[in-house]
Design a protein around this ligand. Structure first.
Ligand code: NAD
Length: 260
């Protein structure tokens, strides 16, 4: 299939994990790709996509910085003539008991996961509206936007926020050919769960590597954690013409972990 031939997709947090898997899928179906990330490897990641025969650029961009986000979308327009698909995927997590959860953790999580989604959606809609050819916004929320996991109230709040942004904007732009949907990945094996002090803080010594994740995986009816490509399939569907009449929806990709 070449469903995205001639289209351009921006994927934030696109240099690895779920973001790169989605970008690879869009590229495989013909899209030009703009990867954005705070990690320098973003340029290498874009080169790997170019090796597949599409045009791709990697841009250093902090999604919490409005000027940087504006510059990102301007660059996409200058390079590829517009933005058709905007995937708000950049996200961070930290894990802590309530007594250890610091104010900076709340602020940093809300800044990236919620404000970052807002800023990118805003910029994408303004550009798509001006171009007048519709578009697709896909926001990466989380199973934690359905049912908060233990030790992550700040992350759960940030992801419930993503669903709110999705529903509100979907209503606002429904007559403009722009759809806005959210995806809730369950437990996906990526660097987000890296077993290090920055993510796990005081809980690091309490659980062995992967132990908490394994315990959560036991609750997945399919008894396996997900992979980036599991999420990429849904993202490609939502970005395609087959999803023309779907907007404001929040869809789980989690092996059955959450059924509401
Ligand atoms: N892995 C999971 O189990 C899981 C589950 C549910 C939801 N999610 C969500 O999926 C998305 C992707 O996560 P992942 O698992 O691939 O993690 P990851 O750590 O592999 O990737 C996160 C990406 O976000 C980027 N990023 C972080 N802060 C940024 C900022 N300020 N500006 C721009 N980019 C920034 C990182 O550089 C990285 O490229 C996140 O929104 C995450 O919350 C992940």
């Amino acid at each position: 299939m070449n469903r995205f031939s001639g289209k351009t997709a921006i994927v934030t947090g696109g240099n690895k994990g779920i973001g790169f898997a989605m970008a690879e899928r869009f590229a495989a179906e013909g899209a030009n790709i703009v990867l954005a990330s705070v990690e320098e490897q973003v340029e290498d990641a874009a080169s790997r996509l170019c090796d597949c025969g599409v045009d791709a650029i990697g841009v250093l961009c902090d999604v919490t910085d409005k000027a940087a986000v504006q510059a990102l979308y301007s660059l996409a327009e200058e390079t590829f003539g517009g933005v058709d698909i905007s995937v708000q995927n950049a996200g961070v997590i930290t894990i802590a008991r309530i007594e250890d959860l610091a104010e900076w953790q709340w602020d940093a999580t809300m800044e990236v996961n919620t404000k970052g989604v807002f800023l990118c959606c805003q910029e994408a809609i303004l550009r798509m509206r001006k171009a007048g050819r519709g578009g697709r916004l896909i926001n990466i929320a989380s199973g934690q936007a359905r049912d908060g996991f233990i030790y992550t109230p700040h992350y759960a709040a940030s992801k419930f926020g993503v669903v709110g942004i999705t529903q509100s904007l979907a209503k606002e732009v429904a007559l403009e050919g722009i759809t806005v949907n959210a995806i809730c990945p369950g437990i996906i094996k990526t660097d987000m769960w890296s077993y290090n002090d920055r993510v796990w803080g005081a809980l690091l010594g309490e659980y062995g590597p992967g132990e908490l994740m394994d315990a959560w995986a036991q609750n997945i009816p399919m008894k396996r954690v997900g992979e980036g490509k599991d999420v990429a399939g849904l993202a490609a569907f939502l970005a395609s013409e087959d999803a023309d009449y779907i907007t404001g929806q929040t869809i789980n990709v989690d092996g059955g972990l959450i059924m509401s």
